[in-house]
Ligand binder design. Structure first.
Ligand code: SF4
Length: 649
């Protein structure tokens, strides 16, 4: 472990040692280690050394593009000790310069447009100077600024002098570096990265580059490697199960059906399967979704749909048989393809909602196993969903990699993580590390006088008075920044409607449902300003409880109202039942594990470095069931006295 750029702490050496063993014995290692423990560098050092020694490739996967920055920072430090090449990649949607205006375009749509532009560009191969009659070029004749049919950024890339590339082939080349370089030379950053991936020992990429099959296949081709040659590092992996389930689910909303109806009008309402117009077919689907909502959805919650409901409805409504229905769906698919092709030829986004409807129907009819459940939800944009219960389907490629490092500050319970993703017990090792910070800097207590347990709230609605009383008492007891996390927007709104803000003696900010990132950014900025103590009312599991740091005095006290068990929705019940059937652990895996992770994520906002101090109060007597997951959890009999004692106020 010669390449540590800093003197490693004991916990970092433990992580590095475990990872090193996992790499040589082709294992998966699951690491639960708190934020601030330095796990990123401790994982990277043995991985880089192993890659350089053995020729294995390292794929570092992050959930969001912003998480990549810390990885580049550590890689650059490590590179001062050992030679290797690292590159970052993001999707075309982030990097394409030419189609920046297509904000909602997905990667498939952009790939089609890009392919056309590149083909046109290739027709005019040659240097910039040779082509100056066709292109608009800049004053020093070095770069193409406009290109009527092709892509000027691709054309410039084709004539890029090789000496420019040297820097990127012998460095840690992060996305910001590439963007600056691409901007300066007027080249396409996406194609530039793609062309140089084969030289990389390490690639930093979003999850989709591994879990979405066509994207993974493309990456492996560009990288000139195989899945068996990969060491995969999964950062912030605690929500990977949800990500995998979503990836394999399919949904159809009324919005999509209505958008398809508009398309039908634009292409003269074609006849499908020789017997029904596209408009009439889509009207049947619209009625089917509306009927489904009317029949099954209560109180805006989602609900189960009988597996053959959709097919039975359409067959009886259209008075036809399965063979004809299939022909209708295939014709709708073809109409969608023709429509999107026409758009593409016009240089517009090659999107088709007719194609989206037919693709959904094909998926819905082909799904039959216990791994899926069929659901309808109401609200402003009702939808039917074939929801995937089994994360192992999308996670299957993990079984083929050379080794896997899965890490997060809230990965535990690790057995749930391993089983949900289908990792081989004999190939998986666990590493759970305590917080590296002084234990006296964090205190977690729970009150036993209140609960948000549904049955008790239902029987004793006066519990809301008690909870409100406790929140107000706690918030008014100290002059420090406080966040109160509620289990859902619905419950948060109950307290806002009761006028809780007026009883708190500080400026109060409220996280509103559907708040855009600019509004959210503004309230966070105001809250962080420590000139006057403030209170934020927010929702656990939302944007404020995950991924946003509040160091020092920006946040010193957290109140968690109730236990954040998942909402007992239809998909949640199906998941619990599925895990009961598969592991006999429905409650533990589908209910308790996500609740523990949500609480740990929220509490993690308090302590980000060795100087931070903070206290968490859980307002629910059921909290004691989580003592296994919450270090040093204690019951409090006098919460105000405990607060005063902790802060010395
Ligand atoms: S070559 Fe690059 S800039 Fe040009 S269309 Fe393709 S992705 Fe966009």
């Amino acid at each position: 472990m010669k390449c540590f750029p800093y003197t490693p702490r004991k916990t970092q050496l433990k992580i590095a040692d475990t990872v090193e063993k996992a790499l040589s014995s082709r294992q998966h290692v699951l690491i639960d280690s708190p934020t601030g423990s330095g796990k990123t560098v401790a994982v990277l050092v043995p991985c880089v050394e192993y890659a350089v020694r053995t020729g294995k490739k390292i794929l570092y996967l992050t959930k969001t593009n912003t998480q990549q920055q810390q990885v580049y920072k550590e890689l650059k430090k490590i590179r001062e000790k050992i030679e290797f090449t690292a590159m970052g990649i993001q999707g075309r949607a982030n990097l394409c310069v030419l189609f920046k205006d297509f904000e909602n375009a997905n990667s498939e749509e952009l790939a089609k447009l890009c392919r056309d532009r590149k083909k046109s560009t290739m027709k005019h191969t040659g240097t910039v100077k040779e082509c100056n009659e066709i292109y608009l070029i800049d004053e020093d004749n070095s770069k193409i600024l406009e290109l009527s049919e092709g892509c000027p950024y691709f054309a410039n890339l084709l004539s890029l002098n090789e000496e420019f590339e040297d820097y990127f082939l012998h460095n840690v080349c992060d996305i910001t570096d590439v963007l600056a370089f691409a901007d300066k030379h007027h080249i396409c950053p996406y194609e530039f990265i793609k062309a140089h991936l084969r030289y990389a020992d390490i690639i930093v990429a979003p999850y989709a580059y591994f879990f979405v099959k066509p994207i993974r296949k493309a990456l492996l081709t560009w990288w000139n490697t195989t899945i068996e040659n990969l060491v995969v590092i999964l950062d912030e992996a605690h929500n990977l199960q949800d990500y995998c389930r979503e990836l394999e689910s399919a949904s159809l909303s009324l919005y999509t059906v209505h958008a398809a109806m508009h398309e039908v009008e634009e292409c003269n309402n074609p006849v499908l399967g020789n017997f029904i117009s596209a408009r009439d077919f889509l009207i049947s689907i619209e009625h089917m979704v509306e009927e489904c909502v009317k029949e099954f959805v209560k109180d805006d919650e989602d609900s189960f749909v009988p597996p053959d409901y959709l097919e039975t409805y359409l067959l009886s409504n259209l008075k036809t048989d399965s063979t004809h229905l299939n022909a209708v769906i295939m014709d709708l698919l073809q109409a969608g393809e023709i429509y999107s092709e026409k758009k593409r030829m016009e240089g517009k986004l090659p999107r088709s909602y007719m194609r989206a409807v037919s693709n959904f129907l094909v998926a819905w009819f082909s799904i039959g196993g216990t791994e899926y459940t069929k659901i309808v939800s109401g609200g402003e944009n009702p939808e039917i969903v074939a929801f995937c219960l089994d994360a192992t389907i999308a996670a299957l490629p993990l079984c083929s990699v050379h080794a896997g490092i899965h890490m997060s500050g809230t990965l535990s319970p690790l057995d749930e993580y391993r089983d949900s993703l289908g990792l081989d017990k004999n190939r998986t090792v666990f590493l759970e590390l305590p917080s590296p910070f002084a234990p006296e800097n964090l205190q977690i207590v729970y009150e036993t006088t209140v609960t948000t347990r549904y049955e008790e709230i239902y029987a004793f609605p006066e519990i809301f008075d008690l909870i409100e009383h406790e929140i107000v008492r706690i918030c008014n007891s100290i002059q420090r920044n406080i966040i109160v996390f509620f289990p859902s927007f619905k419950i948060l709104q109950i307290f806002v409607n009761r006028g809780i803000e007026n009883r708190i003696d500080k400026d109060v900010y409220v996280e509103a449902q559907g708040m855009n990132s600019i509004e959210m950014g503004k309230i966070i900025e105001n809250f962080r300003d420590c000139s006057r103590p403030k209170v934020m009312l927010a929702v656990i599991g939302g944007r404020l409880s995950e991924g946003i740091d509040f160091p020092d005095k920006q946040l010193e006290l957290i109140v968690i109202v109730g236990i954040p068990y998942p909402k007992p929705s239809a998909r949640q019940k199906a998941l619990q039942f599925y895990y009961d059937m598969k592991f006999r652990k429905g409650w533990e895996y589908a209910v308790q594990a996500p609740a523990a992770r949500k609480m740990r994520q929220a509490i993690g906002r308090l302590i980000r470095n060795e100087n931070d101090r903070g206290m968490t109060i859980i307002l629910d007597k059921r909290a004691k069931q989580f003592s296994e997951y919450l270090e040093h959890l204690n019951q409090t009999d006098d919460v105000i006295a405990d607060i005063k004692r902790f802060f010395g106020d």
